[in-house]
Design a protein around this ligand. Structure first.
Ligand code: LHQ
Length: 258
């Protein structure tokens, strides 16, 4: 079996590359399983302090491989429960920063994977589509929830129900990406951001992600209490002590992610 993702770790940054470029990196069951295994490695390996998710070739990910749909055994709901739902939950639950490097087309389940990342940096040539309705389906892979929360209900409905494709500038205006950069500068910009994140207090970032995942469902009073509880964990980290010591000694901090 050929590998459908590439996995590389350099200087604390893991790069996961969806690697079916002739199909715009459309998801097969195998590729989903490989992605889940890579995310598990990222969660377990303390040396990995930032993750980049990207696609090989001219696309990021065109969603479910449509040629595989007919061959799916069992219900589509089970396919989603065991596949894309686990990808989204693994990404949101991974307490390390994940950058989606959006080099080209982002569609269907590929849009879900991109929106489940923590930061999205898009090439100015990237384009975005919900794509589900084009084949008579409703959004899955978290796209309804993630679009609702990132872009708001009216824009979420527009993207889902009209099939409108967004270019990178429109995706920025919709709140779907953090930055748009010239395609030739994408690698440098993503590498610079990933390096900065890999040298930051990893536990603090992970705990902040835990907070943001939770507060969406809480009242202000509940969120204040939850912040206080998570701060008890953060204040016990070595990186907290290092940050305070570096500040008082007027030197740059050296965070170790612990
Ligand atoms: C593809 C695909 C693809 C296979 C491009 N599959 N080959 C749903 C149902 C059930 C179970 C679970 O989950 C889901 C979730 C979903 O993700 S549903 C949504 C599935 N995705 C789509 O419907 C998107 C289909 N693709 C497109 O609309 C376009 O390809 C986009 C807008 C992404 C990009 O357009 P272009 O840049 O013009 O590229 P292209 O269409 O020429 O594609 C290049 C090649 O990639 C082409 O093959 P070819 O042999 O002609 O060069 C496409 O057939 C192939 N490809 N997406 N999802």
């Amino acid at each position: 079996m050929t590998e459908q993702i590439l996995f590389d770790v350099q200087a604390g940054v893991a790069t996961i590359t969806l690697n079916r470029p002739d199909r715009l990196n459309a998801f097969t069951t195998q590729m989903t399983a490989e992605l889940l295994a890579a995310l598990k490695t990222c969660a377990r390996d303390d040396a990995i302090r930032c993750i980049i998710l990207t696609g090989a070739g001219r696309g990021f990910c065109a969603g479910q491989d449509l040629s595989e749909i007919e061959a799916l055994t069992g219900s589509v709901s089970d396919h989603l429960r065991h596949g894309f739902n686990q990808v989204v939950l693994s990404m949101r639950g991974l307490e390390k920063p994940i950058i989606a490097r959006l080099n080209g087309a982002v569609a269907g389940a590929g849009l879900g994977a991109a929106l489940a990342a923590d930061l999205r940096i898009a090439a100015d040539t990237a384009k975005f589509a919900s794509a589900f309705l084009g084949i008579g389906l409703v959004p899955d892979t978290g796209v309804s929830w993630l679009l609702y929360h990132l872009a708001g209900p009216a824009r979420a409905f527009e993207l889902i129900a009209t099939g409108r494709r967004l270019d990178a500038a429109e995706a920025l205006a919709f709140g779907l990406v953090n930055q748009v950069v010239p395609a030739a500068e994408l690698d440098a910009r993503v590498a610079e951001l990933a390096q900065a994140l890999a040298q930051a207090p990893t536990r603090g970032i992970g705990l902040s992600k835990r907070l943001l995942n939770r507060v969406a469902h809480l009242s202000l009073a509940e969120a204040l209490e939850y912040e206080a509880q998570v701060q008890d964990i953060a204040i016990a980290t070595a990186d907290h002590r290092e940050g305070v010591a570096a500040f008082l000694q007027k030197r740059p901090p050296h965070f170790q992610g612990r």
